[in-house]
Write a protein that binds this ligand. Structure first.
Ligand code: CO
Length: 132
């Protein structure tokens, strides 16, 4: 069911510092910061040859990233995103198998349908599925 690793998301306490690290020290190609208000984050995409890293920084007062950064003050891996061909079929299969789906299918930072799965069902890792 799952296909390529679409991205790994890393929550960062200082977005400008993280951009400088990835662009200037690691030599990666990074995008301009993009505000995604419906998800409460500002995102910078780091484009790697085989996948992407998303640097996430809180946007707004009730950002879902704020609590994560309060617990992980130097930042940390927030979620991994796998590609699926049919997100509704994927959701139905997961629900049937007893996995906990977090909320509804939403539009992600790339304008594609996404869904989040409970970390307790996936070995401590928040999993995002994106339809491509
Ligand atoms: Co993501």
């Amino acid at each position: 069911m799952i296909g390529r690793l679409n991205h790994v998301a890393i929550a960062v306490p200082d977005l400008a510092a993280a951009v400088a690290m990835y662009r200037d020290v690691l030599g990666a190609e990074v995008s301009a910061p993009q505000a995604v208000s419906e998800h409460g984050v500002t995102v910078v995409f780091v484009n790697l040859p085989n996948t992407k890293i998303e640097l996430l920084h809180p946007l707004g007062a009730d950002s879902p990233i704020a609590g994560f950064l309060a617990k992980n003050t130097s930042g940390g891996i927030h979620h991994v995103c796998y590609e699926v061909a049919d997100i509704k079929a994927a959701r139905d299969k997961l629900v049937k198998s007893g996995a906990r789906v977090l909320g509804d299918i939403k539009t992600g930072a790339h304008g594609k349908p996404v869904l989040f799965l409970h970390p307790k069902d996936f070995y401590g890792t928040l999993v995002e599925l994106e339809e491509v």
